[in-house]
Write a protein that binds this ligand. Structure first.
Ligand SMILES: C[S@@+](CC[C@H](N)C(=O)[O-])C[C@H]1O[C@@H](n2cnc3c(N)ncnc32)[C@H](O)[C@@H]1O
Length: 306
């Protein structure tokens, strides 16, 4: 819910007329006092479902915002947790909110990058994402999912909650339809675009795109949210696993390439271009910090506060 400490109507209007990235920069200081931050019960349900699938060494929160997913991953990961987002304002708010877990806890890194071109290669055992998929058009999902796939180590998991569609009899159905319609008109008439649609992330297409990106997909019902009258879960956790043998597949593909010519640069398990941000296997926090901001807009490690 919005509270008196949250953004004013005027601030929300200015944000909505900005680009997605700049809109979040503006919203960042008050984001945690809006309903857009993922509520704790979704984070807890995700952590509870992931815990038996761990332990994990390194975790990645894609579109981390102010760090909801990073905080969820901290107790599940032994070595490090990275939050990635393209809004510098959100990353600054996240670094303030999460702080440093201190000695003994996993290291925390913040990286500024576009999730449609994630700059990591086989650096993580688990990736999560909360509340951000409405910012991606269906045509952008292949780039998003293959970037997460590349960021994961063989056998790594990509997990996120997904809700069942609202029935046409629900007022929510019409409210979300109306919101998406308004945003489509706004984006036809106004630049820069602010991409945020509620009804573009349907389970069937999402599972298909995950499989096309190389994942094996499982759905875990999140029972704490109850079931619909037809017995299906209101919310599920999508758990997409990268094949454990991906490295071997890459080695085989490379050896085939030596004999048969080039392989596609976005083939599953293939390595990212040499300009990628660390996040490659065995990258440590200090290596990330030492590398400093790069000339590229994406993949920029956010310098730590002194
Ligand atoms: C609604 S917020 C969710 C934040 C957080 N995950 C949470 O659940 O509270 C959406 C976040 O996605 C980020 N985002 C949107 N599009 C992005 C993109 N293409 N690349 C990286 N971050 C993106 C925004 O900057 C924003 O921080």
């Amino acid at each position: 819910m919005f509270t008196s400490q949250g953004p004013t109507l005027r601030e929300l209007a200015v944000q909505a007329l900005s680009s997605t990235e700049h809109g979040y920069d503006l919203l960042a200081p008050k984001f945690d006092r809006t309903p857009f931050r993922t509520p704790g019960r979704f984070l807890t349900a995700t952590a509870d479902a992931l815990r038996p699938l761990g332990p994990f060494d390194a975790g990645l929160d894609v579109c981390c915002g102010t760090g909801a997913g990073v905080e969820t991953l901290l107790p599940l990961c032994r070595e490090r947790v990275t939050g990635v987002d393209f809004s510098a304002g959100m990353l600054a708010a996240a670094a303030d909110a999460v702080g440093d877990p201190g000695r003994g806890g996993p290291a925390v890194d913040w990286v500024r990058a576009d999730a449609r071109a994630l700059p990591f290669t086989e650096g993580y055992d688990v990736a999560v994402s909360f509340g951000a998929f409405g910012h991606f058009l269906p045509a952008e999902r292949p780039a998003l999912f293959s970037g997460v796939h590349r960021a994961l180590r063989p056998g790594g998991l990509f997990a996120f909650p997904i809700g069942a569609p609202q029935p046409v009899t629900s007022p929510w159905y019409w409210a979300l339809l109306g919101f998406d319609g308004m945003m489509r008109v706004r984006n036809l008439l106004w630049r820069p675009r602010f991409v945020m649609y509620y009804r573009t992330f349907a389970l069937g297409g999402v599972c298909r795109d995950l499989r096309d990106a190389g994942f094996d997909v499982r759905l875990l019902p999140l029972e704490e949210f109850g079931r619909r009258p037809d017995g299906s879960p209101r919310w599920r956790l999508v758990v997409a696993r990268k094949a454990p043998s991906a490295s071997r597949a890459t080695a085989l593909a490379r050896s085939a390439q030596r004999t048969a010519g080039p392989i596609a640069s976005d083939a599953p398990g293939n390595t990212a271009p040499s300009t990628s941000h660390p996040g490659t296997p065995h990258t440590t926090r200090s290596q990330v910090s030492r590398s400093g901001p790069t000339a590229r807009a994406s993949g920029t490690p956010v310098p730590k506060k002194p």
